[in-house]
Ligand binder design. Structure first.
Ligand code: SAM
Ligand code: CA
Length: 239
């Protein structure tokens, strides 16, 4: 885990009934199996002022298994930050696999890039510095890309998740999977009115609630809403 106890305590932000229980999962099942490049990237990210944005390692471990089960080769990453979920994807897909990774801020990507290079997987990544919506629209303009992706991970601006979903339903092949991150929004989705929502969660509270409702009603996907990390919603395109 991190370098100091104080840091470790700040890092805990799971949804289980206690921080101690979340820590137990991390210490017992996640950290001992986290491979060196991911640990290194997580440690470097922990020094950054927005380290809370990094993907939770327990969710990351699950995503790694999902990628293997799917045999994913051609993937999309919406929201890269320093690249924890990007790196785990690059390390998991085959040698000739490709990740189209989109983020409007290349400076974040550059923080993790030396570790990605050292891990020998940079050649699998096509980094696009752009707003995700226009980047996905550009992908859709290329007819060959339609229905060509096995997997996508969405972890950018929450207010656009549904817009990303509409595009991903065309870009993913039938049977392909998209995972949306932070869909339990620190547990605040269970609160009944906005006044009860802590200030830091307010801005995206309604968009996440709306997204969860829309996804649950979407007949194009099989769905599972899992309390890993900050909540992930796994959607498998069924037609
Ligand atoms: N998955 C990353 C990881 O494992 O560390 C964390 C992603 S972080 C929560 C969100 C990222 O989305 C930030 O790097 C931010 O620059 C990017 N972002 C926010 N709004 C965006 C947009 N409209 N288009 C593209 N990227 C965006
Ligand atoms: Ca996230």
């Amino acid at each position: 885990m991190g370098n100091s106890t104080e840091h470790e305590e700040k890092e805990i932000r799971g949804l289980l009934q206690s921080d101690a229980l979340y820590n137990y999962v991390l210490e017992t099942s996640v950290y001992p199996r986290e491979i060196e490049p991911l640990k290194e990237l997580r440690d470097i990210t922990a020094q950054h002022s927005e380290a809370w944005m990094g993907t939770a390692p327990d969710a990351g471990q699950f995503i790694t298994m999902m990628l293997k089960l799917l045999n994913a080769k051609n993937t999309i990453e919406v929201g890269v930050y320093t690249g924890y979920s990007l790196l785990l994807t690059a390390l998991t897909i085959p040698e000739d696999g490709k990740i189209t990774a989109i983020d409007l801020n290349r400076e974040y990507y550059d923080i993790g890039l030396p570790i990605i290079k050292k891990a020998g997987v940079e050649h699998k990544i096509d980094f696009i510095e752009s707003k995700a919506l226009s980047a996905l629209d550009r992908l859709l303009n290329d007819k060959e890309k339609e229905g060509s992706f096995d997997y996508a991970f969405v972890d950018a601006d929450k207010g656009n998740y549904w817009n990303y979903h509409e595009r991903l339903m065309k870009l993913l092949k039938v049977g392909g999977v998209v995972i949306y991150d932070n869909t339990l929004w620190g547990g605040t989705v269970a609160l009944s009115c906005e006044e009860e929502v802590p200030e830091i969660y307010k801005s995206n509270w309604k968009p996440i609630l709306e997204l969860n409702k829309l996804l649950a009603e979407d007949p194009r996907v099989q769905l599972s809403h899992v309390p890993l990390g900050d909540g992930i919603t796994i959607c498998r395109r069924i037609y």
